[in-house]
Design a protein around this ligand. Structure first.
Ligand SMILES: Cc1cc2nc3c(=O)[nH]c(=O)nc-3n(C[C@H](O)[C@H](O)[C@H](O)COP(=O)(O)OP(=O)(O)OC[C@H]3O[C@@H](n4cnc5c(N)ncnc54)[C@H](O)[C@@H]3O)c2cc1C
Length: 404
């Protein structure tokens, strides 16, 4: 077996979720003929070229979204003399809906009347729920097996995607009101986190690229082997989110027939997680590393009211088969602070997000749904970065604009 193939084969079965350095043998050198122009423009905005090539990969991650066709489980369960409030199963929307979801769960916990509460889980949902509880005057201890940066949430894309795999179309009507309440609360909350040091939350331009007119079907994310999902953002909160603008072909540099721009909120997960955890500790929160083995372990905790924010972990902890794993793999490229835009090209199965801690490249695979495999497939990310490189190499300044 050739060394190159041996390395690739060994890496494709890495039983872990994070790879932080790409072996040089796997990094295909970028084509030297493919040099992006120094500057590109769209509607007077400067688009700094993205340096996309596999040797700039600094990290790869894989994780599973905890998807429930009915939507997240936010409800109370009695457990002996304890009350367990569940708050898990947020699919591809956990970061986005976290504040609103935490607010609902804390409301249920407050009905019980105990001032000291436990939260199990320290991912996106656990940290925000803890902060909401503190602001409601409760004293909070977080128990968790893993803390950031080792929680699954840390491996997410980090964009405002409040209706990404949050429920199926079948359950949309039953879940719509609750979704809208969570989305509006969360959206408002995020606006209070803008302009902070480290940019934990910020607004960025994202471009959607498509080979077909928008709305004509095809070319979009995760369309084929997955159930139908509702478009809650369009139907329920269009009044608070920025409008998408179609850009004429002669006015943009992208190699796609149809281009649309929308301002999107991004969560820079490195600084954002630090902010959340720092605020929690500063407010007097306690953090205890602990793994719960089964439902009975909730009852063994000191506190009488417990909020369960274990995400995908709830599937085995509670034997809850209503959680469907939806796999996702990302790669991070060396940060480029000058790149302040991203794009999603569904027809070419790749998207890129201008995160401060690295340009995040997401490969889109048809086999993600109901796929619990959390082993990295390096070739998947390398080929996504190569597809990104091809798109970047095809970008040209719009007609009438001279190259600088
Ligand atoms: C590739 C990918 C991209 C994504 N992109 C986005 C995005 O752009 N925007 C967005 O809003 N969402 C996104 N998501 C979804 C989001 O990441 C999830 O909804 C979110 O991670 C759920 O957070 P959580 O806190 O419930 O779970 P987790 O982050 O998994 O946290 C669970 C916590 O519970 C603890 N725990 C679990 N089991 C036990 C146990 N038995 N005992 C003790 N502790 C336990 C864990 O250690 C951890 O602390 C993405 C997901 C993926 C996979």
């Amino acid at each position: 077996m050739q060394r190159r193939h041996f390395l690739r084969d060994s890496l494709s079965v890495i039983a872990g979720s994070t790879l932080t350095a790409l072996p040089p043998t796997l990094a295909r050198a970028a084509d030297p003929a493919v040099v992006p122009p120094a500057r590109l423009d769209v509607e007077g905005r400067v688009l700094s070229p993205i340096l996309a090539s596999p040797e700039r990969i600094i990290e790869m991650n894989v994780c599973t979204r905890p998807f429930r066709p009915k939507g997240p489980r936010i409800e109370t369960e009695r457990l002996g003399n304890k009350t367990l409030v569940h708050n898990y199963g947020h699919g591809g929307s956990g970061w986005s809906l976290s504040w609103g979801s935490g607010n609902l769960a804390v409301g249920l916990a407050q009905n019980i009347g105990n001032r000291e509460i436990a939260i199990v889980g320290c991912g996106a949902i656990g940290m925000t729920t803890a902060l909401v509880a503190q602001q409601a005057g409760l004293s909070v201890t977080i128990y968790a097996k893993e803390l950031p940066p080792y929680v699954r949430s840390y491996r997410a894309t980090g964009a405002w995607t409040p209706d990404s795999r949050i429920c199926t179309a079948e359950y949309a009507t039953a879940f719509a009101n609750r979704w809208e309440t969570m989305a509006r609360y969360s959206f408002r909350r995020f606006q209070s986190l803008l302009g902070l040091a480290g940019n934990p939350v910020e607004w960025r331009d994202m471009y959607s690229l498509s080979d077909r007119p928008f709305g004509a079907g095809g070319g979009n994310d995760h369309e084929s082997l997955e159930p139908e999902y509702p478009d809650f953002s369009r139907d329920l909160i269009a009044d608070i989110t920025p409008t998408a603008i179609d850009i004429a072909p002669e006015a943009h540099p992208f190699p796609a027939a149809h281009v649309r721009r929308r301002s999107t909120m991004l969560f820079n997960i490195t600084s954002y997680s630090r902010l959340l955890l720092g605020d929690f500790l500063q407010n007097g929160g306690k953090l205890i590393t602990l793994e719960l083995k089964d439902r009975g372990d909730f009852a063994a905790l000191e506190e009488k009211t417990i909020i369960n924010c274990t995400g995908y972990g709830a599937r085995s902890l509670l034997n809850d088969d209503s959680i469907v794993p939806v796999r996702g793999q990302t790669a991070k490229l060396i940060p480029q602070p000058e790149v302040n835009y991203g794009f999603n090209y569904g027809d070419r199965r790749v998207s890129v997000y201008p995160r401060r801690d690295g340009l995040l490249v997401q490969a889109q695979a048809d086999t993600d749904y109901n796929n619990a495999a959390e082993n990295l497939d390096p070739e998947e990310s390398i080929s996504a970065v190569n597809r990104l490189a091809e798109i970047v190499a095809q970008m040209r300044n719009p007609a009438g604009l001279a190259r600088r």
